[in-house]
Structure formats: structure tokens, C-alpha cells
Design a protein around this ligand. Sequence first.
Ligand code: GUN
Length: 300
Amino acid sequence: MAAKIIDGKSFAEGLRARIAGHVDRLKAEHGITPGLAVVIVGHDPASQVYVANKAKQTAEVGMASFKHELPADTSEAELLALVARLNADPKVHGILVQLPVPEQIDPVKVIEAIDPAKDVDCFTPANVGKVQIGLPGPVSCTPLGCLMLLRDQLGSLAGLNAVIIGRSNLVGKPMMQLLLRENCTVTVAHSRTRNLPEIVRQADIVVAAVGRPEMVRGDWIKPGATVIDVGINRIDAPEKGPGKTRLVGDVSYGEAADVAGAITPVPGGVGPMTIACLLANTVTTASLIHGLVPPSDLTA
Ligand code: GUN
């Protein structure tokens, strides 16, 4: 059986079009232009690419984009002072400080300094708690993107067995909360899990977020399961020539695609959804800040 390929790139395009529609309505009906501030400290090339993409897509959906590029030797106090200014700025509805930050800065202090009302990463303890008890607010971007793809693929998720591989604060734990809210039976596996292949074989839904290239093998997958691969790993690709590399996920794609019912590719699966969900969260926070009900199609 050849799995259906879940096209995250085209889903994200559709999501951005819906976001642009909501931005137009906020402007026309309420005089609100949602604004997203992105802060980057230092010159990490990968971070610079992410941040440039975020700023470009923010502008494309009609939002205000505020980019703050700080030198690598910025002190923690200077960064906290910028976060305080952004917290107080009424044109800013979302604040994202690109991680990692240089070692002189404590990322936990920075995250805790962000006003939860503007925390579009959903990193602050207040927003993590809101997701847990189902209150409206921003939702972690990558798990939200995975959930949207799963709902689109499967409709109701109620009663399905979901196995998440990886227990990070960024993906595994919030994914667990979202799938529980969908009435899945959720197992969170991790590096100490015994009999991982056996556990994964029970899953109707597999979310792989371990950061180990091609770890999940085809014979771990239950026939017909839906496989969401969050991993983005760069590996050597000598077949493409000396020194060449390629991107692979946490799932051995070729093997799994023979068994699964549907699967996300890497690249082009979950990746494009993450930035689109950041924009969705900015519409959510802008709505809530102004006392409006956030659009239900942009959240969990
Ligand atoms: N660095 C890599 N991914 C992310 C993300 O989703 N949010 C932030 N703030 N930093 C990141």
C-alpha cells in the first residue's frame, strides 16, 4: 500500500490565505492591524533564515512586522528591557524571541518576561497551563500545525490510539495535551521507553519528534496508520556527491510510506505549518487583547 502524502506546504498556503482574510476583517471591522515582533540575538545563520521567513510571511498576510536584530554580545538586561518595551507597545500583539539565545542570556528569564497575552510561541507557564485546561489563547506552533493536519486527514480523532515519540516542552508535551483534548488515547514514548517498536505498532497516529534521523522504521508502523514526522535532520548524502547533505525526518520515509495510510514528507510536511501557526496565534492574541473572540479555525 502506498501512503497518501500529506502536503503540509499546500495546507499551510491555504491556512495563510484564511489568516489573511481574518487580518482584513480585523482591520476593516475593528481598526486592528495585528503586529508580530520577532527578536533575534546574534548571527546564527539557521536562525537568521527562520527569522527572515517569519518576517516575510507576516507581511504577506497583511500584518505589521517588527524585526529586532541585536548583536551577539547583547546583555540579558538589554534583551529584557526590549521585551518590556514590546510588552507595553500597543502595536505589538505577538512577541517571539528566537531561540537559542547566546549563553550570557538565560532563556527561561526571557520567556518569563514575555507578557502571556503576547506569547505567540506558547512558551510561558501561564499559556502552557491554559492549553492544559482548554482555555482560549495561543497554542504551541508545531503541535498546532500537526493537529490541523491530523484533523484534515482523519476528521474526528476521538478514540484513536496516538503514540508520540519525544517528550520535549516544545513538541511532545503540548502535543500530548492537544491529542487528549481530541479524545485520543495518548502514549508518550521517550528515550527510556522499553519495547518502542511494539508500542508504536499499536498506534493509529504516530507523531515522531525525537530528533534522531530515520529512527522509526517501516515495520514499527501499523498498516493504515497516520504518520506525522516532526523531525528535521541533516545527514550526509554521498550519493549526491562528495560533501553533499540532505534533509530527513525521524521516520524512515520510504519504508513507512509502504505501510502507513498517510504520512508527512520531510521537507514539506510539518515544517511549513509551524510559521503559518505562528501567524494564526498572532491573530488569536490580537483578538483576545481587544476583547474579541478569536477565529475558531485558527486554533486547537
Ligand atoms: N527556534 C527554533 N524554533 C523556534 C520556535 O518555534 N520559537 C522560537 N522562539 N525559537 C525557535
